[in-house]
Design a protein around this ligand. Structure first.
Ligand SMILES: [Zn+2]
Length: 626
């Protein structure tokens, strides 16, 4: 007995030590080292920045800011450590809508000037420097309509940022290119009843005076700069994981995401240590334009994934996977976006398989394939059919145009094909080595392919995979891996039989189905399905009031296409409340394509004030001239 309890005590101590071990010294060394690496690294030309980081580059930011909800303005000073690499007499920053009032170099005031204001990329801020200049200070204010920022009104207001792809420049003057990495410290003042959080080490409790200090000592690109301010509380999940949410959602969020620690553990088993310290999740207001954003140490997530049954947690696996692909090894420019997202979807699937089993990850892969086929069909009939290549050419366009299923799911299937061709064991070893040897670096498509050829794929295998077609040609090569989900195949059979009147509604096993099965059933309705059929289904299963937002989305889209009007009040409620672009854009698109323009305009008038600029940009464009 004694022996055992001693052993247990010892184990506990070891465990506690292991968990609370401060990795700081090692991390500092690493970030020092990686800063050096980065300083010497020549960066690719990025058409979406004014800055010239190969001449003069920022390395560290000290950001002092005060957040005012009344005027919707952040007043701030950005003090940067800089390196003058080429001996240039100018350091250039990206800005968009910022009001710059003063600049200093090494503590001395200097005269700056602003360049031409361009629609997508904004304006350059040009500051004269000397060969030995060490620091630059910029005093500025954001504009109330800064695109990265959404000021959500309510009983307690909420502010959040969304910087990716090139919106960081609307709240911090920066060298806004994914290749430029900085460490940062910040001192932020907010109303004292709210908590401030950043993509940095975070507080777990509100401060008494609304003042917060943040440190991010690992170098990150500007698109991972993030700030949120709101009435949130913290709930611990595991030793390195937790969730922040408004008080009324905190318990639901903590139970929905209770597998987060397991996900981190499984991810580490696959591709090596999680190097960012804590992994926490912040649940944002429903206006958040994305499902999640992989801000380091603190993923920002939409509340629409809280379903009550963990059915939508693959989103957390996705954002967690970005801690390796994207945050650690970063796409060089937005033309290489698939290196961020394709790898992340692949890794997400592997985490889902490890935690929830192969059938679940294969169901997800089947739905990915369904989305990918639809996207390829859309793109091939669009004005940019070349957008279905993995390697993009977005010069002169918004990098947002590249944020399609191509980067995510075509990228995923390409990597899965490599895995299936060389074998999983070899591919895992290769990926682990790839992430480790390129930490805190940038990667472009060509460098990755060289690395792949050198370390994994010989000429014969390359021919089998047909890398050229996957990366540089539009559409889907015929050797795309096939996905097998027995459960979804059954769903397809039942749907066909129901459509052909061979199965009655009462015999559809709806109540036993997972979200993936329900989504598959609804999203594949053929042309023959009518509003009357939807009415019967709604009566049987009350789908218009489902608590699962993915299922609701698919249902509302079919309701629009079949003109099932009893669902329209729910449609309006959903669109006014939820600003997630993945849902919002296809719903408006469906209203437009089915000729219900007035309906679209009426709902959009009510919904638009609640949306983030990212979502507004997309829907404005759809409705322009209609
Ligand atoms: Zn992603």
């Amino acid at each position: 007995m004694l022996k055992i309890s001693k052993l247990i005590t010892l184990c506990c101590i070891l465990f506690v030590v292991a968990c609370h071990e401060q990795p700081a010294p090692q991390n500092n060394e690493r970030s020092e080292r990686s800063k050096m690496l980065i300083a010497n690294m020549k960066l690719a030309r990025d058409p979406h920045t004014w800055s010239k980081p190969n001449d003069a580059r920022v390395t560290h930011l000290h950001w002092t800011a005060s957040v005012d909800f009344k005027s919707k303005v952040i007043t701030a000073t950005a003090k940067y450590d800089i390196q003058n690499i080429s001996g240039t007499d100018l350091i250039i920053f990206d800005t968009k809508g910022l009001q710059v009032s003063a600049t200093k170099v090494d503590g001395q005031p200097v005269q700056f000037n602003m360049g031409e204001d361009k629609p997508i990329i904004g304006q350059s801020l040009n500051i004269p420097i000397k060969a030995d200049s060490k620091s630059v200070e910029i005093d500025y204010k954001t504009s109330p309509d800064a695109e990265a920022l959404l000021w959500v009104e309510g009983e307690k207001p909420f502010l959040f940022t969304q910087s990716q792809a090139i919106l960081a420049r609307t709240w911090v003057p920066c060298q806004d290119s994914p290749g430029v990495r900085i460490t940062y410290h910040a001192d932020v003042t907010v109303p004292s009843d709210l908590m401030a959080l950043m993509s940095a080490e975070n507080p777990q409790q509100k401060s008494a005076d609304g003042k917060y200090h943040f440190e991010m000592d690992q170098p990150i690109p500007s698109y991972l700069m993030a700030l949120a301010v709101g009435d949130v509380v913290f709930r611990e999940i595991g030793p390195r994981t937790g969730v922040y949410a408004i008080p009324s959602l905190a318990d639901a969020a903590a139970s929905e995401f209770s597998d987060m620690q397991t996900m981190v553990d499984e991810a580490e088993k696959l591709y090596g240590p999680y190097v960012w310290g804590r992994y926490d999740l912040l649940i944002l207001p429903p206006a958040f334009p994305f499902g999640g954003m992989e801000n380091p140490k603190l993923t920002f997530a939409t509340p629409t994934i809280i379903a009550g049954d963990k059915s939508l947690v693959s989103l957390v696996a996705h954002e967690l996977a970005h801690s390796w692909s994207g945050n650690l090894v970063t796409n060089s420019t937005w033309d290489d976006f698939w290196l961020n997202e394709g790898f992340t979807v692949y890794f997400e699937q592997r985490i889902m398989e490890a935690v929830y089993g192969r059938e679940r990850s294969e169901m997800l892969a089947t739905l990915s394939r369904q989305d990918l086929d639809a996207t390829i069909a859309d793109i091939s009939s669009s004005e940019h059919p070349e957008d279905s290549k993995l390697k993009l050419a977005l010069e002169g366009r918004s990098p947002d145009d590249g944020m399609t299923d191509i980067a995510y799911n075509k990228g995923y299937f390409f990597l899965r094909l490599i895995e299936e061709t060389v074998g999983r064991e070899k591919f895992d070893k290769f990926l682990k080595e790839y992430f480790t040897s390129h930490q805190f670096q940038v990667m472009d498509t060509e460098t990755f392919l060289d690395y792949l050829r050198k370390n994994l794929v010989d000429a014969e295998t390359e021919k089998k995979i047909n890398i050229q077609a996957w990366v540089y040609e539009p559409g889907l090569p015929s050797n795309i891996p096939s996905v097998q989900s027995a459960q979804l195949e059954t769903v397809d059979k039942i749907r066909l039989n129901w459509e052909n009147k061979k199965v009655l509604i009462a015999n559809i096993p709806w109540n036993n189905w997972s979200y993936q099965e329900r989504y598959r059933f609804i999203s594949n309705f053929s042309e023959d399905v009518t509003a009357a059929d939807l009415s019967d289904m709604d009566r049987a299963f009350d789908i218009s009031h489902t608590g699962n937002n993915e299922v609701l989305f698919a249902w509302l889209q079919q309701s629009i296409l079949k003109k099932y009007e009893p669902a329209y009040p729910e449609l309006e409620k959903f669109l006014v409340h939820v600003g997630r672009r993945k849902f919002v854009a296809p719903l408006f698109e469906s209203m437009i394509s089915s000729g219900q323009i007035e309906l679209a305009k009426n709902i959009y008038t009510k919904a638009r004030p609640n949306y983030h600029a990212v979502t507004i940009g997309t829907v404005d464009e759809m409705l322009a001239g209609k």
